[in-house]
Write a protein that binds this ligand. Sequence first.
Ligand SMILES: Cc1ncc(COP(=O)(O)O)c(C=O)c1O
Length: 351
Amino acid sequence: MWRGVWHTHAKIKMVNRNKLLPDKGLDHKLRVYSDITQLIASPENPTPLVRLNRINPNKDFQIYLKLERYNPFGSIKDRIVYEMLKALEIGDKTVVEPSSGNTGIALACVANALGIPIEIVVPERIPDEKKVMLKFLGAKVMEADDALCPLFPTEGARGLVNGLIKSPATKDSYISPNQYENELNVEAHYQTTGPEIWRQTQGKINYFFAGYGTCGTITGVGRYLKEQNPEIKIIGVEPSSPNHKLPGMKRITGLDEEFIPKILDTSVVDDRVEVTDEDAYRTAIELARKDGIPVGPTTGAILHVALHYAKSNRGLAVVISPDDAFKYASFYQDILETETKEIEERKYERT
Ligand SMILES: Cc1ncc(COP(=O)(O)O)c(C=O)c1O
């Protein structure tokens, strides 16, 4: 019964936000909000675009990072979660979702703000920091043997969730937004991330770089930008190996058709580039040390590709930075230890 009451409450809040957003009723200068979900980025309240000056000295190919960590729950996934939850007929059900962490964290926060119970299935190899955050938020966490971006619709994290929402014993208790197949994932980026970038660059953007995960970002932003100017190049970045260490990213090349996220629209993508873990992590560390921006390893991967483009192209580029470095401290530790060893070895060789 109490769930029902909370759900009614949740519906009221969502209707309010809907009314507020289109007529720009929120005063983002004053920054006073009636609940935390109102901080989720929108064209009236965009995430920042920051120019990189030292890691990219090429003045003819300026690179701007779109810092999605400035969403209230810390990542690009905050944008899609509210839209997907709003459309679900949750009733007395528990929301369950497969996630490499960021969608789960955003879902847990929004669900908590709305009084909805939540369970998240994660690949067991995601960083402990993300698992701790999910538990801190009170979400029930289940772990599955899976790729770092849940891969197969019928196995691993997605398979487990599919089982819960489809099997006769549990199907009346669970409901899932299913970010891999939900068009609202694309729509959220088409309505917010794309227009923000277009407006922030005053229509001068020439290149947009993003990773492949559920493919909501590249499809939604790519579609919006191409509609404004078909000349804008959309570049997708993927890990060079299926066994990568880049949570949230998926290798699309070589996947059977049935495993490619259904929401991906390849017609908006001009180029697809592979990146190794090593290049991704090293680029993220270099960015922190040269421009003072602590980003997650997938930003390193995407930026690595943009820096490569900078060597032989001209124009204005926007690189999506899905999240920040802090959730990946344990992953960065390995490469930092290697670096310390290399420095020690070089010292030893000189003496
Ligand atoms: C941390 C993180 N989350 C998600 C994504 C992918 O976004 P989407 O699921 O919209 O494809 C990426 C892509 O690089 C990412 O790095």
